[in-house]
Write a protein of this length. Structure first.
Length: 547
């Protein structure tokens, strides 16, 4: 009979597969369709098999055969998903192929018909069509990024690759029509309330954590964010996305991060604000025990997309995504109907997601860190380390300057000092942009790290004295490195957004202004030497931001 396994590229809406049979399934097992139990031989598939393994989720059966996987949709109707008729299952199989080929055409091979009868089914055989399946190319389960996470072998390079891929699919995603009923405030409010309602119906009231009730209050107190959601839609940020983008739906194939298994069954869950999708990835990283990588991903995503406007809704959608997963875990317990034995243990995953949502809802991270130092003094390296250690968003003058001129971060502008993108006017525009982004991030109650040389006191003061609706701690991180080391680093640089040369360094040395008393009255100065950050420095900065 089948070997039941626990993961595969066919898992929807966080419904990640779990072991559903302690023993091998039989046709008389009520949790396994007779059709599925009958597909346990090569005759059913029409090609040689290395094995037949079954994965069962709430909405699908997936049969693994070694070279190919066959995904069959269950005849279920959950309201937000309706596979209740054969025609609907065929339609959504076709949609699954169409939509996922945007990301992984090498995986999604085609639609197959299952003919015959439930006890003797044949793929593309003779007789009446009794079911449809999506045929996929099977790949090693160890390639799943969820399994990478479980093995503790996610790397900074993988996180950066995820962020680059997400920003790319969002950049090319189709924009939602203004008159379409997707991605607006009404939809956001509906799905948020739907999460809370399903959680409360699935978990007995006496077992709901206090954080659940705090979240209900938080939604009421933050209703003003709904206006921002509608503004985002008018701005073109509701696009046809993946919809279910977590590590279980990503794999490392041929050295590249590959997405698959997007939402096909409900366009409302696919046509969404891009920050909702990015928040899902971030939440999943955090929930899996990678809070530093959560922030690394977010920072890279914002830098690549330039969509810092979305920071205002980051917390809202992080909470939403955590509650989606809490709902799924809660519904799993409800469907399993195990009674009271071990109930607290059964609902623990749902409670963990609720607590994570509450943690983010209650977080107030407003803070301002201003980097200061000559080119090659390590500002960007230190800032990137602080992003992960503190949970912050870094904005880089080198990147934003090039964005103003429609250049990618690593493009060579071929501009001489005081020319091209480095004219005084361009520099003024760059710092105005940094000021706007700084204010927006602080007002959204997150910590911002401004990564620029900031050699002139007036430039630093313009940031430190920035008007903001949110009071916050202010820190200057002063990077001090000997000139000889600066020159060595500049010569050795490759593939860096900075275009500083030795000539530029000499000009900076002549123009640099020391940190003055007025600045010290506003901000605390933390000096970092050539050795870079250490744990004590990070802890001091964390304490200063919390004060």
């Amino acid at each position: 009979m089948f070997k039941v396994t626990q993961s595969h590229p066919a898992i929807k809406t966080g419904m990640s597969a779990h072991l559903v049979h302690d023993n091998l399934p039989h046709a008389d097992d009520p949790s396994v369709s007779i059709l599925i139990a009958s597909m346990n031989n090569a005759d059913a598939f029409g090609h040689p098999l290395r094995y037949v393994r079954l994965i069962e989720t709430h909405i699908s059966w997936i049969l693994l055969t070694g070279d190919y996987a066959y995904k069959i949709k269950k005849p279920v109707d959950f309201g937000f998903l309706d596979f209740s008729t054969l025609d609907k299952r065929r339609h959504y199989c076709e949609e699954e192929l169409r939509l996922n080929r945007r990301f992984a055409p090498q995986i999604y091979l085609g639609l197959v018909e299952i003919r015959g009868c439930e006890t003797e089914p044949r793929i593309d055989g003779e007789g009446e069509v009794i079911e449809y399946a999506v045929k996929m190319r099977e790949f090693p389960q160890q390639a799943l990024l969820s399994n990478h996470a479980g093995r503790q072998d996610l790397t900074p390079q993988i996180i950066d690759a995820i962020a680059d891929a997400v920003s790319e699919i969002h950049a090319r995603g189709a924009r939602c029509a203004d008159d379409a009923d997707y991605g607006d405030a009404a939809q956001a409010a509906h799905w948020s309330e739907e999460n809370l309602t399903h959680i409360a119906s699935a978990i007995a009231t006496q077992y709901l954590p206090n954080s659940y009730f705090r979240l209900r209050r938080w939604y009421r107190e933050n209703a003003q964010l709904l206006a921002a959601i509608d503004a985002r839609k008018r701005g073109g940020f509701v696009r046809e996305c993946h919809g279910d983008l977590h590590l279980g739906n990503m794999a490392m194939l041929d050295g590249e991060v590959t997405f698959f298994d997007c939402i096909e069954f409900n366009p409302e869950l696919r046509w969404i604000d891009t920050i909702s999708e990015a928040a899902f990835v971030a939440m999943d990283l955090h929930a899996r025990g990678y809070p530093a990588y959560c922030w690394r991903f977010l920072n890279r995503y914002f830098e690549r997309s330039g969509d810092y406007q979305a920071v205002d809704l980051l917390r809202y959608y992080f909470v939403y995504r955590a509650l989606v997963r809490a709902k799924v875990e809660a519904l799993r317990v409800e469907q399993q109907n195990h009674g009271d034995d071990g109930y607290l243990e059964q609902i623990a995953p749902a409670v963990d997601y609720i607590d994570l949502a509450s943690q983010w809802a209650d977080s107030h991270r407003a803070g301002l860190v201003v980097m200061h130092g000559l080119s090659a003094s390590g500002k960007s390296t230190v800032a990137a380390q602080l992003v992960e250690a503190l949970g912050a968003i870094q904005i880089r003058s080198d990147v934003e300057r090039k964005r103003l001129f429609d250049l990618d971060a690593n493009d060579d502008s071929a501009s001489a000092p005081d020319q091209g993108i480095y004219t005084p006017q361009a520099t003024d525009a760059t710092y105005r942009r940094l000021g706007e982004l700084t204010a927006a991030i602080v007002d959204a109650e997150f910590t911002v790290i401004v990564d620029a040389t900031l050699l002139e006191e007036s430039r630093r003061l313009a940031l430190l004295e920035l008007d903001s609706a949110r009071p916050c701690s202010r820190i200057i991180v002063d990077c001090q490195v000997p000139q000889e080391e600066l020159r060595r680093r500049i010569v050795a640089r490759t593939n860096d957004p900075s275009e500083a040369t030795l000539e530029v360094l000499d000009r900076q040395l002549r123009r640099a202004e020391p940190i003055g008393q007025r600045e010290r009255d506003i901000a605390t100065v933390v000096t970092i030497g050539a050795g870079g950050l250490d744990a004590d420095m990070i802890e001091r900065i964390r304490e200063l931001l919390a004060s």
